[in-house]
Write a new protein. Structure first.
Length: 91
C-alpha cells in the first residue's frame, strides 16, 4: 500500500503486506499522483453524466461500479473467456 506520511494510519503495517510512505511535494504530486487525479476526474464526470442526483447512502455502490468498469476496460475479446473460467472455478 502506498500512502503519505500521515500519522492517522494507526498500525496499518499490521494490516497490509507492504506499506510504502511518501511525503507529498510538488514533484511527487505531478509524477506519482497524476493518474489518481485523472481517475478522480473521470469518476466525477461519469457520475455527473450518468446519475443526476447522487445520494450519500448509495455513493459506495456508485464507486464500486466505477472501479468494476475501470478494472475491466481492457479485457475486450478476452472477457467471455474470463467469464467462463470464473464460472467453472470453485470458490
Amino acid at each position: 500500500m502506498f500512502s503519505d506520511k500521515s500519522t492517522s494510519y494507526i498500525d496499518i503495517a499490521n494490516l497490509v503486506e507492504l506499506h510504502v510512505t511518501e511525503k507529498s511535494n510538488k514533484e511527487t504530486t505531478i509524477e506519482t499522483l497524476k493518474w489518481v487525479h485523472i481517475l478522480i476526474s473521470n469518476a466525477k464526470r461519469n457520475f455527473l453524466g450518468n446519475y443526476h442526483k447522487i445520494k450519500g447512502k448509495y455513493l459506495q455502490l456508485y464507486l464500486n461500479e466505477f472501479v468494476y468498469k475501470l478494472n475491466r476496460r481492457y479485457f475486450g475479446e478476452k472477457l467471455f473467456d474470463r467469464l467462463i473460467v470464473a464460472s467453472i472455478m470453485k470458490p
